[in-house]
Write a protein that binds this ligand. Structure first.
Ligand SMILES: Cc1ncc(COP(=O)(O)O)c(C=O)c1O
Length: 404
C-alpha cells in the first residue's frame, strides 16, 4: 500500500494524550479521506437542493448527483442502480429486509435461520420478525476455532426455513463465511438469503451476483464514507415484492385519504428526504477505494492482520479468537490477555495514543458461546502501517507487564 495514502486522512495527523494517534478501530468506523469530506462540503456549497421533487435547475443537479452516487455504489458491488436502496446503514437495511420478508414470506410456524456469530443488527430484527409472525428463530452454531459449523447449518435447514440471515465477515472472529455455498444450500430448500456485508464490502472485492445472496446490507461509514448512509442491495424481482419500512413523502404513486400505492424500488424504500450529501460522500468513498483497487485493499488488510496475528499467537498469555490463518479472515483480530479485562487493556493503550475496542462488539451471544463477557479488538484499514501494528504490539506488552 502506498504510504502516501495516510496523507489523505487529516485526522491521522493529530495526537492523543500527547502521542501520535494509532487508530485501530476501523471495524467500528473508518476515518475519512479529504476527497470524501470535500465531496460532501462541495455539494452543500455548489449544488444543494432536495431530490426527487423540484423542477428547477439546482434540484435537477442535486438529483443527478444523488443518482450518480447510487450508480457508483451499484457498480462497486456488481449491481444495477435500480437494485440499490440507500438506507442509514447496515442496521436500517437489515431492519428493512426483516420487516419486508416478515410481511411477505414468513408465516406462523416457519423458521428463520441465523448464526451464533451475528452482530445484534442481524439478530434483533429477526427476533422481532419471528415474534410478530409466530415463527421460530434457529441459529447455526460456531465451532471452537470460530468457524461456522456447516453441518449444523445444513441440519437446521428445512422446507420450513424461509430466511437464512448471516454475516459475511464476522466483526469479532474475522471469519469469512462461504456465502455462495450456504446460499446454494438455502435456495435448495426455497429460503431467501440475507447477508450482513458490513465488514466485507469495505475490505474485499464483493460481487453480489457471485455471492448468490438475495439481499445484501452494508454501511458507508465503515468504507471511508460519511455516517448516516448505507445500502441494501436486492434482487430486482424480490425488491419489487417487498413493502416499505418507512412510509411518507416521495415513496408513493398515488395517495388518497384512506389508501396509497407505492412507488417502484428503490424510491419505495426511501421515504422522506434521504441523506443526500452523505450519499454523495459515499460515492466519493467508492471512487477512492476503486482507485486503490479492492484487491490491494484486501491484500493490505491481510498483511497487517498476518503481522498482528503471528505476534499475538506467539504470546502465551494472549488468547486469539477466530481462525488463525490470515488468508481466511477479515482485517481484524479479537483477543484477550489472561486475567485482564479488555476495558483495562483498551484504556491503557489509549494512554499511548492507540485506539482499539474493548467490549462485546454488539455480539453478546457470540461472546457467551466462548464463555467470556468481552474481548479486545484491533482492526486495520488502508491507512494503517506495519509500524503502527508494531507500536500496538509493544504497547500491549507494556500493558501485560503492568497488569499481569
Ligand atoms: C458485522 C456488522 N453488522 C452490522 C453492523 C452495524 O452497522 P451500522 O451500525 O453501521 O448500522 C456492524 C457494525 O459494527 C457490523 O460490524
Amino acid at each position: 500500500m502506498d504510504a502516501r495514502i495516510r496523507n489523505d486522512f487529516p485526522i491521522l495527523d493529530r495526537t492523543v494524550h500527547g502521542k501520535p494517534l494509532v487508530y485501530l478501530d476501523s471495524a467500528a468506523t473508518s476515518m475519512k479521506p479529504r476527497a470524501v469530506i470535500e465531496a460532501e462540503a462541495d455539494f452543500y456549497r455548489e449544488s444543494y437542493a432536495n431530490v426527487r421533487r423540484g423542477v428547477y435547475a439546482l434540484a435537477a443537479e442535486a438529483n443527478e448527483r444523488y443518482e450518480e452516487a447510487r450508480a457508483k455504489v451499484a457498480s462497486f458491488i456488481g449491481a444495477q442502480p435500480g437494485e440499490v436502496v440507500f438506507t442509514r446503514g447496515t442496521t436500517e437495511a437489515l431492519n428493512l429486509a426483516a420487516w419486508g420478508l416478515g410481511e411477505t414470506v414468513v408465516e406462523p410456524g416457519d423458521e428463520i435461520l441465523v448464526t451464533e456469530m451475528e452482530h445484534h443488527a442481524n439478530l434483533l430484527p429477526w427476533q422481532e420478525t419471528a415474534r410478530r409472525r409466530g415463527a421460530r428463530l434457529a441459529a447455526a452454531v460456531v465451532t471452537p476455532s470460530g468457524e461456522l459449523d456447516l453441518d449444523d447449518l445444513r441440519a437446521k435447514l428445512s422446507r420450513r426455513t424461509k430466511v437464512v440471515a448471516l454475516v459475511h465477515v464476522s466483526n469479532v472472529l474475522g471469519t469469512v463465511n462461504p456465502v455462495a455455498e450456504i446460499a446454494a444450500e438455502a435456495h435448495r430448500v426455497g429460503a431467501i438469503v440475507v447477508l450482513d456485508a458490513a465488514q466485507s464490502v469495505p475490505h474485499m472485492p464483493v460481487d453480489v451476483r457471485e455471492l448468490g445472496a438475495d439481499l445484501v446490507a452494508f454501511s458507508g461509514h465503515k468504507m471511508l464514507g460519511p455516517t448516516g448512509i448505507g445500502a441494501l442491495w436486492g434482487r430486482a424481482d424480490l425488491l419489487a415484492e417487498l413493502p416499505p419500512l418507512l412510509t411518507g413523502g416521495e415513496m408513493v404513486r398515488e395517495v388518497w385519504l384512506n389508501w396509497a400505492t407505492w412507488d417502484e424500488p428503490p424510491a419505495r424504500f426511501e421515504g422522506g428526504t434521504p441523506p443526500i450529501a452523505q450519499a454523495i460522500g459515499l460515492g466519493a468513498a467508492v471512487d477512492y477505494l476503486t482507485r486503490i483497487g479492492m484487491e490491494a485493499v484486501r491484500r493490505h488488510g491481510e498483511e497487517l492482520t498476518a503481522l498482528a496475528l503471528g505476534e499475538l499467537l506467539a504470546r502465551p498469555h494472549v488468547t486469539v479468537y477466530g481462525p488463525h490463518d490470515p488468508g481466511v479472515r477479515g482485517a481484524l483480530v479479537a483477543f484477550s490477555l489472561a486475567g485482564i479485562h479488555p476495558h483495562d487493556v483498551a484504556t491503557l493503550l489509549d494512554q499511548e495514543g492507540i485506539a482499539i475496542r474493548g467490549g462485546h462488539h454488539c455480539a453478546q451471544p457470540l461472546h457467551r458461546r466462548f464463555g467470556i463477557p468481552a474481548t479486545c479488538r484491533a482492526s486495520f484499514y488502508v491507512y494503517n502501517t506495519p509500524e503502527e501494528v508494531k507500536r500496538f504490539l509493544s504497547a500491549l506488552d507494556r500493558v501485560w507487564e503492568a497488569l499481569r
